[in-house]
Design a protein around this ligand. Structure first.
Ligand code: ADP
Length: 487
């Protein structure tokens, strides 16, 4: 079986008939019309049933009344047709008929309203305890007559008939009432439905208008207006607004990041170019050893600068990979205190050179399952910063402990601290608080720390008081929530 692409069969009809509003209104109209028609049918059926019951009760009463009269000795055994005056029924609006067992009429009173019908269609009763019912259509006025038959004691039948005129009137009145009420009800239903649909769809229209504005202009500041309601659509608008705000922040951060990369790459590249240019424009030295020495020095400078660029680009790639989940973590179990000890060892001479006293308190046996090399680099970044931003004569403290199933590494310093407005931004790529421009750095260390720790399912926090010092806390789960899949 081959499928046909939907574009080959575009939806039929004008555009407005394909809108959700139109379809909802069409459904409203259908449901209201069907509902009203069904109500009318049920009411009409119940009414005609009730009217029919009432008619039969009247006929039964009349049967009893006339049975008593035809059981009187004078009339009991009449053998020929009596004139209606004989039993004074002239004014009676009912058919009164007496017939023998062969349905031959012995007495017939047809009311003034007139009834012409085929008498042979009447049923003759033979059992005493039952009334038989027949419906006949009068040939004259087309009305239906309900005729009840009862057995008299001499085997003859007494038949009383009643015209449907009365019940027809009731049913007709009912129909008229319905037709009169139907139109305004339908109009009211449709107008009300259209109003409610419009109201209900307004948030969706607002939403699509905002989305279209963002799509066409690329302006991420557009937001869906707040209606102040507390329904599902308002919730949808709020989620959308939050999503766009997030997107806006992300795009802004990316733009800034790109600007920063361009800015931060310019310096080492200019220096690289400068070093090469200076070496080339220098007049040749008379002694070949001196010449060689100068050229080597220039090349070493170029190497250093290109290393800086390379390191920066590598860290940027590492961060991106860790953030996007593409980084392949080389995980194994190891002790966190041992890792901290190695980091402390690496920075022992740096601390000494800077005149910063480093103390530690490492809880033994805090086992972590993770990528030791990357976590080492993360911890080293924290200690590196602490030493960089702490003046000589002050102290730095490194703590390792286990807390709520997490391995915690805390680096506390008595350094320059971080201003409140910088606190939220220090985790961004290439962001450096102005004050720290005097210190060498790329502004990538903390972004790397956060990306790596979060790739391990952990978190990193900072507390800082300008002029007093900072504390960076890195938390890594000791056990993975989902064990690694078997290779
Ligand atoms: P950098 O290479 O500039 O140190 P980081 O990403 O490691 O980059 O840090 C970002 C910024 O956060 C730094 O430029 C500095 O302003 C601030 N910062 C980080 N650690 C500390 C600290 N221990 N004390 C004071 N400021 C800090």
């Amino acid at each position: 079986m081959c499928s046909v692409p939907s574009e080959l069969h575009p939806p039929q009809g004008p555009r407005w008939t394909r809108t959700l509003g139109f379809r909802l209104n069409a459904w409203y109209a259908f449901v209201i019309t069907t509902g009203l028609a069904a109500t009318y049918l049920v009411v009409a059926l119940l009414t005609s049933y009730a009217v029919d019951r009432a008619d039969r009760q009247i006929i039964v009463a009349k049967l009893e009344e006339y049975r008593a009269r035809f059981e009187e000795p004078a009339l009991r055994d009449l053998t020929f047709e009596l004139p209606p005056s004989a039993i004074s029924v002239e004014d009676e609006p009912y058919l009164v008929r007496v017939c023998d067992a062969d349905n031959r009429a012995l007495f017939t009173h047809v009311p003034a309203s007139g009834l012409v019908f085929d008498e042979s269609s009447l049923v003759v009763v033979t059992s005493e305890d039952r009334h038989m019912w027949t419906r006949v259509r009068s040939v004259g006025d087309g009305r239906t007559w309900t005729i009840g038959s009862a057995l008299l004691s001499n085997g003859r039948n007494l038949q009383i008939g009643m015209s449907s005129e009365h019940s027809d009137r009731i049913v007709n009145r009912l129909r008229e009432t319905f037709v009169l009420g139907f139109v305004p009800l339908l109009v009211l239903g449709l107008v009300g439905g259209a109003y409610l649909t419009r109201r209900a769809l307004r948030p969706i229209q607002d939403l699509s208008r905002t989305m279209r504005a963002i799509e066409t202009s690329g302006d991420l500041t557009a937001r869906v207006p707040d209606r102040g309601a507390a329904d599902e659509l308002e919730d949808l608008s709020k989620v959308f607004n939050r999503l766009i705000s997030k997107q806006e922040r992300l795009v802004t951060a990316m733009r800034e990041s790109l600007d920063n990369v361009a800015h931060d790459l310019r310096t080492p590249l200019t220096r690289l170019r400068g070093a090469a240019e200076a070496a080339l424009s220098r007049p040749p030295q008379p002694e070949p050893e001196q010449e060689q020495h100068d050229l080597r020095e220039a090349l070493a400078d170029c190497l250093e600068e290109s290393d800086r660029v390379g390191a920066m680009l590598k860290t940027l790639v590492d961060i991106s990979e860790a953030q996007s989940g593409l980084a392949r973590l080389d995980e194994a179990s190891f002790e966190f205190d041992a890792l901290a000890r190695e980091v402390l060892g690496l920075y022992e001479y740096v601390a000494e050179a800077r005149g910063v006293k480093v103390t530690h308190q490492l809880e033994p046996g805090v086992v972590v399952f993770g990528d030791k090399v990357r976590l080492f680099r993360a911890a080293a970044n924290l200690l590196d910063n602490a030493l960089k931003y702490t003046p000589a004569g002050r102290a730095v403290q490194v703590l390792v402990r286990s807390e709520d199933g997490q391995a915690v590494l805390e680096v506390i310093d008595e350094g320059i601290g971080i201003e409140a407005e910088d606190l939220g931004r220090i985790w961004e790529r290439l962001y450096r608080a102005d004050k720290s421009r005097t210190e060498a750095g790329l502004g990538l260390g903390l972004s790397f720390v956060r990306a790596i720790v979060e790739a391990h399912g952990g978190s990193v926090q900072v507390n800082s008081e300008p002029g007093q010092g900072s504390s960076f806390v890195m938390r890594v789960p000791q056990k993975r929530e989902t064990p690694p899949a078997d290779a």
